[in-house]
Design a protein around this ligand. Structure first.
Ligand code: PLP
Length: 293
């Protein structure tokens, strides 16, 4: 089933100064539960699990992981058992994200931050197999070749052709890897976590690991993370809320809201030439907004 997310032009006052147009690719709307770019990253992972005869999926994430949330919903929909390995001690009561995951049938396994750091090691995986038996493992954030393949379907070259630039939020860079290997329009990745040059290295490493070549010219911005992953200050939260109201498009502050704030700043300093038409990929993940209410 091809999924073609809607395109919507942003109409907000701050766009008039720079004479830049901004449109939003609404991957947040493609599915009510398996949200945004996570749907694409899971698509071929589910197919690979099925082809290999697995009926249990296991993956990793933090307590507000959009990836685990989407995985739990996909498991329920497509008939897989799911196991979520969650970073940090088991809380006294589950937050809304993890409560949803459990309601979708996901079994949660909490591990310390130290253990979580070693999550992809053979020893840790062996321990998980001893405990849970057979499963198909998906890396954190769906960051494998199957994940990239799915993300290659987010935007076709024909649809991208009328834009001067595509902008997106990047965590693992899997989504960006999908776009840079498919499109020829320039792509700008906004790193939402801390670490100078992290995104550039991560993207290059992902492409090299899977023998992929970038087609699109690409650039990264690594200094608009506002303190790090999930760091949301009052100004960012207010900006995101105001923008959602003003535009009628819901944004959350961890990913796409942070990107929109970066886009506004980039427009104000003249980063995009007059007449540019920027396409921002809305990555979904609106469930995470409940963490800031
Ligand atoms: C997971 C996520 C991202 C990051 O995607 P990567 O492929 O890991 O870079 C961006 N936006 C949203 C809404 C997400 O949930």
């Amino acid at each position: 089933m091809p999924l073609v997310p809607e395109l919507q032009e942003l109409t907000v006052p701050w766009l008039h100064q720079g004479k830049v147009r901004v449109s939003v690719l609404r991957t947040d709307l493609i599915d009510p539960l398996i949200s945004g770019n996570k749907f694409y990253k899971l698509k071929y992972n589910l197919a690979a699990a099925t082809a290999a005869g697995h009926n249990t999926l296991l993956s990793f994430g933090g307590a507000w992981s959009n990836h685990l949330h989407a995985l739990s919903a996909a498991g329920l929909r497509y008939g897989f058992q799911t196991i979520g390995v969650v970073r940090g001690a088991a809380p006294v009561s589950l937050n809304p994200c993890l409560a949803d995951a459990v309601a979708h049938g996901m079994q949660l396994h909490f591990v310390t931050r130290e253990q979580y750091r070693e999550k992809h090691s053979p020893e840790f995986m062996a321990g998980l197999h001893q405990r849970f038996g057979d499963f198909y493992a998906i890396p954190e954030g769906g960051a494998n070749l199957a994940g990239i393949r799915g993300c290659q379907e987010i935007l076709s070259e024909a649809r991208a052709a009328r834009f001067s630039q595509v902008v997106l939020a990047c965590g693992t860079a899997t989504t960006m890897a999908g776009l840079v290997t498919t499109l020829s329009v320039p792509i700008l990745g906004i790193q939402v976590l801390k670490g100078a040059a992290y995104l550039q290295q991560q993207l290059q490493a992902l492409l090299a690991m899977h023998g992929l070549q970038a087609r699109a010219p690409w650039q990264v911005v690594d200094d608009r993370h506002r303190g790090g992953y999930g760091k949301v200050d009052a100004e960012l939260l207010a900006f995101t809320e105001h923008l959602s109201e003003e535009s009628g498009i819901p944004f959350e502050p961890v990913y796409t809201g942070k990107v929109m704030m970066a886009v506004q700043e980039l427009i104000s300093v003249g980063h995009f030439p007059a007449g540019a038409h920027v396409l921002v990929v809305h990555g979904g993940g609106m469930q995470g907004l409940r963490g800031f209410k």
